[in-house]
Ligand binder design. Structure first.
Ligand code: DX5
Ligand code: ZN
Length: 214
């Protein structure tokens, strides 16, 4: 199990210390949430912060683009230092092209979907991706409650991967805590994103251990 703290909930006044502490605690990815105020009703951060984080750490930067027509920015996120670039299937009319554009940058290719979107829409492109992010809240804000009904999507992705000999990672994002993490692990998740639950601890090795099921 991998753990990906969502920087949305970190202390930005101490960003360097936060990143060092996340790394020392044994987390695997830095989850970087980009919001455009159009695809989701909130704004977050983008290139200047990403570039500075990239200059400071070798951790895998897992970029979650909650952005309308993300193909406009894929090259810029690759250049700014993302390792994984994940786009929403709902955010573009041309998801196949968007995934191809990410592949062309040499970065890992991620796809994601909102809680209200059926998992079957991903089937035509699942062979193209390195990671599938299952949203278990409606994207836009940290600190929301886990939507249980999304667990069946994790199970589907797990079975589909076996049946078709694919190798994408299954990542879960939204409302992940000590309780919901266990449901995700049981359903077949590989990577857990956690924001509010992770950063409420003083010692980040605790949520890392709990989320890894240790
Ligand atoms: C929500 C973001 C999440 C968020 C998770 O739109 O994609 O990554 O930061 O926060 P928690 O873990 O608090 O639900
Ligand atoms: Zn996210």
């Amino acid at each position: 199990m991998k753990v990906a703290p969502s920087l949305l909930s970190c202390n930005f006044m101490k960003l360097e210390d936060e990143i060092n502490a996340i790394e020392d605690a044994g987390a695997d990815y830095l989850h970087f949430d980009v919001m455009d105020g159009m695809f989701v009703p909130n704004l977050s951060f983008a290139f200047p912060i990403l570039q500075q984080i990239r200059a400071h750490t070798n951790m895998t930067i897992d970029t979650h683009l909650m952005v309308q027509k993300p193909e406009r920015y894929i090259q810029s996120f690759a250049d700014a230092g993302s390792d994984i670039i994940t786009v929403h299937v709902e955010a573009t009319e041309h998801i196949h092209r968007a995934l191809q554009l990410i592949r062309d940058t040499g970065k890992k290719v991620g796809i994601t979907l909102n809680p209200g979107t059926p998992i079957e829409v991903l089937i035509p492109v699942l062979h193209m991706v390195d990671l599938v992010l299952v949203m278990t809240v409606n994207p836009g804000f940290g600190g929301q409650s886990f939507i249980q009904e999304c667990l069946s999507k994790i199970e589907f992705l797990n079975e589909y991967r076996d049946e078709h000999q694919l190798s994408y990672e299954i990542e879960v994002d939204g409302g992940v805590n000590n309780v919901s993490a266990q449901y995700c692990i049981d359903s077949g998740a590989d990577v857990l994103v956690a924001g509010s639950y992770f950063f409420k601890h003083d010692d980040y090795s605790i949520p890392v251990r709990v989320l890894k099921g240790e």
